[in-house]
Design a binder for this molecule. Sequence first.
Ligand code: CP
Length: 323
Amino acid sequence: SPPPPSSVNGPAKAGMKDFLHISDFDKATIMKILDRAAEVKAVIKSGDRAFLPFKGKTMAMIFAKPSMRTRVSFETGFFLLGGHAIYLGPDDIQMGKREETRDVARVLSSYNDIIMARVFAHQNLVKDILDLAKHATVPVINGLTDYNHPCQIIADALTMIEHVGRLEGTKVVYVGDGNNIVHSWLLLAAVIPFHFVCACPKGFEPDAKTVQKAQQAGISKIEITNDPQEAVRGADVVYSDVWASMGQKEEAAHRRQVFQGFQVDENLMKLAGPKAYFMHCLPAERGVEVTDGVIEAPNSIVFPQAENRMHAQNAIMLHALGL
Ligand code: CP
């Protein structure tokens, strides 16, 4: 008979934890994951291949939408620490079509030690990643939903610690659409104190409940504005993302009109000041949300940021597996 459905982080996952939303974790846990990421990164960079905590373990990776960074960073990171990852693209899964999420969760749990999923409620692939986590008996890692992108934000925090020197007390200014990246920054700001500003066009503000949650936590200064020039003054980091997902061609054309004035260019970075770093979760559309000059400037840290996806996720998986 099938195993009983587990609750998220419930008894069926004793000693193991899902990684679904930044808000599921306290500051000490997030800092521990970040310390672990730095340690594991140092081991991998040293060329030492004897650290194999994932040896004999397998991971199922569900991708309802394309990915380069998330797929390759998870697969490479898991492999470098001894594990084997299995890619399941949209054609490999029936989840949300005719097969129920709870069945997929149970079957994949019987083959694998951990599940990573990029799923979208609006595609009806799963109502929410919570559904998958609820029915899986192994840890589920959120590899991006339409609501948030917690693995990206842990990698971003690691990158800020390495380059800015700290995350606490910094000013992070996001310029663009109030999307899943912004939601994850807001959830982080509810746990760790820093100044977070989202500068977006009217009508593209982040989810109001998430803004409220971050503000009510009373830990960080949170601002939502429509004025990028004013927002970036004194920023430690100016952060951008594509104005529309790479697949949304018609929406992209519309948004290019609406987002006029929200491009991160050399003038905006000058207002931010000489010490401000530029970050972007990538993929970027050069010449659209960010100029080529900004992404190639010495204070652009987008490539170390992308590399840190792998190290952050290794630490997240070690934590999820209780290793
Ligand atoms: N930043 C990010 O998640 O990139 P991919 O879509 O390539 O995975």
